[in-house]
Write a protein that binds this ligand. Structure first.
Ligand code: NAD
Length: 483
């Protein structure tokens, strides 16, 4: 991999900003040093994106974009293994999960290339004899900012639709996990995208993210991250009415109805709550179980959680790796202490390795809706379990936080589950399943979980301006003030 980490206007540059050690969370050892972008370099990247938008044929030649994105998908698929290894080393996520992320990133590129290849301009014949064409145009220069939990995949959910729509981009990965973004820029270089179409500026929220969001030549900000950061970015964008999309935090419930199969319910609880160490925006961190199942459910859940293989994330059989950083581990541990102080009972899952930033699964019982461990996003392998008496109480508890990203319902009675889903305030609801994002279907949040949707046609629409051109075939007199 290159030892220059900024990709601006089609060439690699040495960063002139902060120098940061990237740490492998499984070993706590440094994997590489990175020189991040300076504020001036961020401005240069935005200028390059502006020139490419206005002067290259990227925005105006969809067939060129389709070919470029398909080529990029092929190269990424070819290099799947090395990307997965890099993602695991940088984030600590188990290698089989990292491999899924890269496959999903390839699928995302192909989906948006196909969507553009098939896109048609809508035409409406009006009653007055005029014709209206509804044209989707690119917005311009898009700033794309993502967190560390799915570094390449969440980046691709923005990069693929933004580029497919004809925009140019400046991409800022999390300062903790820029490695696969640098590898991606290398593939983009190999594909021969026009200089300035894709630019990469690694660095922290302040100054790199702040500078990018504030830059007057940025037309759209698409952000994924915490709700507090999202609110701040929303305020920054409001100053000059920049377009903004926000994919933010969650505290998602998994509702287990009375007739659910106990064994499956425990499996989905473990998958929903502990997949990717619980560092997932849609993690089902609040389990709501019918009171008739509660005791048996807890016994089985605690037992099964102890069977999760926690350890070296590079091994295929590993089910849970370390958390992403020492700081994040401390944050999660402080929530575990808080839960105990709030009076909840704590159960621990399997044994964790001594070295690295590991946290074994934690299950809190005896919890109340008002506790902070029920209301706040912990973003680690920590779940709370509450019981409910009837459907109304389940829905009230499920909707009873400021978030509304996702939810799950488990039941043999699918029509009852569908009815529960209709009462939930959440952007994605899985019935008898959990977690799978489908590239064809929208993803995003109600309430403080965000504004806008990614994936599917909605994801493409979030990177377009809509223009209505109404045409009359003949130039006649307007015939208004002369009446
Ligand atoms: P974060 O908000 O701290 O950072 C996210 C990104 O924003 C990083 O790249 C960071 O450098 C950047 N950033 C921070 N401050 C900034 C600022 N002032 N201006 C511009 N950029 C800034 O979040 P995190 O800790 O990296 O990620 C965890 C959060 O992300 C969780 O809340 C999680 O729920 C959320 N998330 C949401 C989704 C979703 O699809 N809704 C997906 C994944 C993660």
């Amino acid at each position: 991999m290159t030892n220059q980490h900024l990709y601006i206007n089609g060439s690699w540059q040495q960063g002139e900003g902060y120098e940061r050690d990237l740490i492998n969370p499984a070993t706590a050892e440094t994997i590489m040093k990175i020189k991040e972008a300076s504020q001036e370099q961020v401005a240069t990247a935005v200028d390059a994106a502006r020139s490419a938008f206005e002067q290259s044929d990227w925005a105006t030649h969809p067939e060129k974009r389709v070919t470029s994105l398909r080529k990029l998908a092929d190269l990424l698929e070819r290099d799947e293994k090395s990307f997965a290894v890099a993602e695991t080393e940088n984030t600590g996520k188990p290698i089989r999960e990292a491999t899924l992320d890269i496959g999903d990133s390839v699928a995302c590129l192909r989906y948006y290339a196909n969507l553009i290849a098939e896109r048609e301009t809508a035409t409406i014949e009006m009653e007055d004899g005029t014709t209206s064409r509804i044209i989707d145009e690119p917005i311009g220069v898009c700033a794309l900012i993502v967190p560390w939990n799915f570094p390449l995949l969440l980046g691709m959910w923005k990069i693929a639709p933004a580029l497919a729509a004809g925009n140019t981009v400046v991409f800022k990965p999390s300062e903790l996990t820029p490695v696969t973004a640098i590898k991606l820029a290398d593939l983009i270089h190999q594909c021969g995208f026009p200089p300035g179409v894709f630019n990469l500026v690694p660095g922290g929220g302040d100054p790199v993210g702040e500078t990018l969001v504030a830059h007057p030549e940025v037309d759209k900000v698409s952000f994924t991250g915490g709700s507090e950061t999202g609110k701040h970015i929303n305020q920054q964008c409001a100053k000059d009415l920049k377009r903004v999309s926000l994919e933010l935090g969650g505290k998602s419930p998994l509702i287990i109805l009375e007739d659910a199969d106990l064994e499956s319910a425990v499996e989905w609880t473990i998958f929903g709550g502990f997949f990717n160490q619980g560092e997932v925006c849609v993690a089902s961190s609040r389990i709501l179980v019918h009171e008739s199942l509660y005791e048996a459910f807890i016994d089985k859940l605690v037992h099964e959680s102890s069977r999760i293989k926690i350890g070296d994330p590079t091994q295929m059989e590993t089910g849970m790796g370390p958390l992403v950083s020492r700081n994040h581990l401390q944050k999660v541990k402080s929530y575990i202490n808080l839960g105990k102080e709030e009076g909840a009972s704590v159960h621990y899952g399997g044994k964790q390795p001594d070295k690295g930033f590991y946290q074994s699964p934690v299950i809190f019982t005896n919890v109340h809706q008002s506790m902070r461990i029920v209301q706040e996003e912990i973003f680690g392998p920590v779940i709370t379990v509450q019981s409910f008496r009837d459907q109304n109480e389940a829905v009230r508890l499920a909707n009873g936080t400021k978030y509304g990203l996702a939810a799950g319902v488990l039941s043999k009675n699918v029509s009852q589950a569908v009815q529960v889903a209709s009462q939930l305030k959440a952007g994605t609801i899985w019935i008898n399943s959990y977690h799978t994002p489908y590239v064809e279907a929208p993803w995003g949040g109600y309430k403080e979980s965000g504004i806008g949707r990614e994936l599917g046609p909605h994801g493409l629409a979030s990177f377009t301006e809509v223009k209505h051109v109404n045409t009359s075939q003949q130039l006649q007199k307007a015939g208004w003030y002369t009446h």
